[in-house]
Ligand binder design. Structure first.
Ligand SMILES: *Cc1c(COP(=O)(O)O)cnc(C)c1O
Length: 339
């Protein structure tokens, strides 16, 4: 069996660091899409609620339903198929067509494309969008955008931020005429939150930083955070591998001497990818011997259980990817334990 430990103290430390920078817990919306970045949706939502957060962000209606009772406001990023509408649901509007898809009286946040060119309405559609939403009796609760390079050492971030701030003024003018107030303006993900010395948004949508990582250029001098997730596996069997014997598929590891080895119940079927012959040292300092199987790895010794990793950065480097991908790789059927 493999299992995931979620470190509550580290999660709270990361959330507090974000809240301090943003200017209060009420300014943080924790991003819980994709099973809370592989950590476990309900587990992290429950802890975030305990910490005192009142806002969350998910991708789908299905996810929002699961955590409905834990937050005052849940922003649904990309799903207009809402069966039973809840007052805590806030639906992102990614195109003008979305305005006809959401239920009447829905809380909406209009997404503007300020340069990423992925989702959102273009700035010149903004007035039409606001007026249409008003006519359709949708409740305009927020206007937001997303940065394409908040984590890179370039001025692109400031350019997009300036575009958004300009649009904010336009929105405020139109909304004044419509007698609408209390609109939340938000443009920051984790990296963008820390790009601004003095955070100027009404809310930040914080994903990866909650989980203990900021995959950004070192020169940006972001705060050190603490990884929340660690992956563990229990022993299946122990044997002596005699000098010259080879272990596992392809027999790629040959014992240089008689050694005690054990198999552990973890493999690529659990989301721990094959290493393709690259050496990897697990958290206790021992190497994985031979190939990673679907449900087995081999390590020297006979410990009852081992910690495979407690920091996703090394694996991300090894696989030529980002920590986001290593974390979301973790299969949802692995038990989660909060420590
Ligand atoms: C995923 C996502 C975020 C969170 O990004 P992080 O870099 O993990 O903080 C914020 N906003 C939107 C729109 C997203 O899709």
């Amino acid at each position: 069996m493999s299992y995931i430990k979620l470190n509550k103290e580290n999660l709270f430390y990361n959330l507090q660091t974000c809240a301090d920078h943003a200017g209060g817990k009420e300014k943080i919306a924790i991003v819980l899409k994709d099973n809370a970045y592989g950590h476990g949706l309900l587990e992290i939502a429950t802890l975030a609620n305990q910490f005192g957060l009142t806002k969350a962000v998910v991708q789908t209606y299905q996810e929002a339903k699961i955590i409905e009772d834990l937050f005052e406001a849940i922003l649904i990023l990309a799903d207009t198929q809402i069966d039973t509408y809840s007052h805590s649901f806030h639906i992102a509007i990614n195109s003008l067509e979305d305005l006809s898809r959401v239920p009447i009286n829905s809380n909406i946040h209009i997404k503007i494309d300020t340069g990423m060119h992925r989702n959102g309405i273009s700035p010149d559609q903004l007035e039409v969008a606001l007026l249409t939403a008003f006519e359709k009796k949708l409740k305009i609760c927020g206007v937001f955008t997303h940065h394409k390079s908040a984590d890179e050492l370039s001025s692109e971030f400031f350019f997009q931020e300036a575009v958004f701030k300009g649009l904010k003024k336009d929105v405020k003018k139109i909304c004044e005429k419509l007698n609408l107030s209390d609109i939340l303006f938000h443009s920051s993900n984790s990296a963008a939150l820390f790009r601004e010395q003095n955070f100027s948004g009404d809310m930040a949508r914080v994903g990866i930083a909650s989980y203990g990582y900021l995959d950004a250029h070192e020169a940006l001098n972001f705060p050190k955070l603490k990884p929340v997730l660690s992956l563990h596996a229990k022993k299946i069997a122990t044997r002596v591998l005699k000098a010259g014997q080879r272990v596992g598929y392809g027999g790629t590891y040959e014992a240089p001497k008689d050694m005690i080895i054990s198999t552990y119940s973890i493999g690529y079927g659990d989301g721990f990818r094959r290493l393709g012959g690259k050496p990897f040292t697990i958290a206790n300092g021992k190497a994985i011997l031979g190939r990673v199987s679907m449900d087995n790895i081999v390590v020297e010794g006979d410990d009852d259980e081992i910690c495979i990793f407690d920091d996703a950065r090394e694996l991300a480097k090894l696989h030529g990817t980002i920590t986001y991908e290593i974390l979301t790789d973790q299969k949802s059927n692995i038990p989660r334990i909060i420590v």
